[in-house]
Design a protein around this ligand. Sequence first.
Ligand code: DGI
Ligand code: FE
Ligand code: FE
Length: 187
Amino acid sequence: MDKERMIETIRSGMPERRWRHVQGVIETSIVLAERFGADPAKAELAAILHDLAKYWPVDRMEAYIREEGVDLDVLDYDKELWHAPAGAYAAAKDFGVADAEVLDAVRWHTSGRESMTRLDRVVCLADYMEPSREFPGVERIRELAESDLDAALAAGFDSTIRFLLDKGKRIYPLTVTARNGLIRTNT
Ligand code: DGI
Ligand code: FE
Ligand code: FE
């Protein structure tokens, strides 16, 4: 599917305010990719795709995850995590995206993973700090992102983990693994 048709399909599957978020992630991903040495074109494509399944009915997300069969453990955790692997599979299956690095950046944009690639980190951080995002601590994340990709993203995961703890929710273990991997030991 060509880029324009992909954008129209994704845009029509979400409310206007969510599309503004996606536009913010696109712009921020490109800036961060240039700043930290990831491929800006891949960052842009991953950003366009990253929330494509966000407004799917939960049953559809679950069906995609089960059909693909590679991320079944996520089904034991918060449904908010599901749009990421469901979206990555849909990008490949329905939109014909073949770039594995881009698909991984979509797949891991919510949970994070062990040893995140530069592209994974750029898209995930852009998702936290794009201009329309507002939550306690976002300014600190933006400051850190001026110079330190890993510290900024670690601060993002910290805020999510804190939020989940306060709500008494389960934490997906990969998020803890991702956060630990971003923090340099003994410094
Ligand atoms: O899709 P977005 O709203 O743009 O952002 P996202 O893909 O980072 O989704 C974040 C949501 O997922 C946020 O409300 C917290 C929720 N969530 C639930 N359990 C977990 C989790 N996020 C992470 N990273 N880890 C979890 O275990
Ligand atoms: Fe998301
Ligand atoms: Fe997002």
